[in-house]
Design a protein around this ligand. Structure first.
Ligand SMILES: [Zn+2]
Length: 180
């Protein structure tokens, strides 16, 4: 296992559009190792998702510890999902606002509006097709990570910065209101 260095806000790789990967390239051992290392890195830093630009690779890949059709967090021993070349389509007009954080913006939380229900198509790490519906928490993670592939950070999506909080202040003043 190799842990990868996480790019922090301000690094240009986080603002660039990442490129597509074809099936042949995906099968290459170096690409499979990169995916394994991304999963290890996500776990090490207790992330729910990690996109390739966050580890300085301009590739349309993200990993996420979610089950797309299930609002519950993935059990810790379950294998994270790997999305290659994801395409997200809104599946309804509803917008919901909730808290987000980002491994590239450490110790900061803010409330971000997102489409509540989506459909996402992608390749999995074997080159198979992913085509799933998702809503609420996992849909939020998918939208956040797909944004990374287009150089978009969650600050860009906030309606206002009033809720922008350091983790300590978030825990003290905000998280109790939500019962989590
Ligand atoms: Zn992020």
């Amino acid at each position: 296992m190799s842990l990868l260095k996480v790019a922090r806000m301000g690094h240009p790789v986080l603002r660039a559009r990442a490129r597509e990967i074809d099936r042949a390239e995906l099968k290459h051992p170096s690409m499979q190792k990169l995916i394994d290392d991304m999963i290890d890195t996500m776990h090490e830093y207790h992330g729910v998702g990690l996109a390739a630009p966050q580890i300085h690779e301009g590739l349309r890949i993200f990993v996420a510890a979610i089950a797309p059709g299930d609002d519950e967090p993935l059990s810790p021993d379950a294998e994270p999902m790997v999305f290659i070349n994801p395409v997200v389509t809104p599946a309804g007009p509803e917008i919901v606002e909730d808290w987000e954080g980002c491994l590239s913006i450490p110790d900061i939380r803010g409330r971000v509006p997102r489409v509540r229900a989506i459909r996402v198509t992608a390749l999995d790490r074997t080159g198979g097709t992913i085509d799933v519906a998702s809503h609420d928490f996992p849909a939020r993670v998918i939208q956040h990570e797909t944004d990374h592939l287009d150089g978009v950070l969650f600050f860009d999506r906030m309606r206002s910065f009033e809720t922008l909080s350091y983790l300590e202040e978030y825990a003290r003043y905000w998280s109790k209101d939500r019962g989590d």
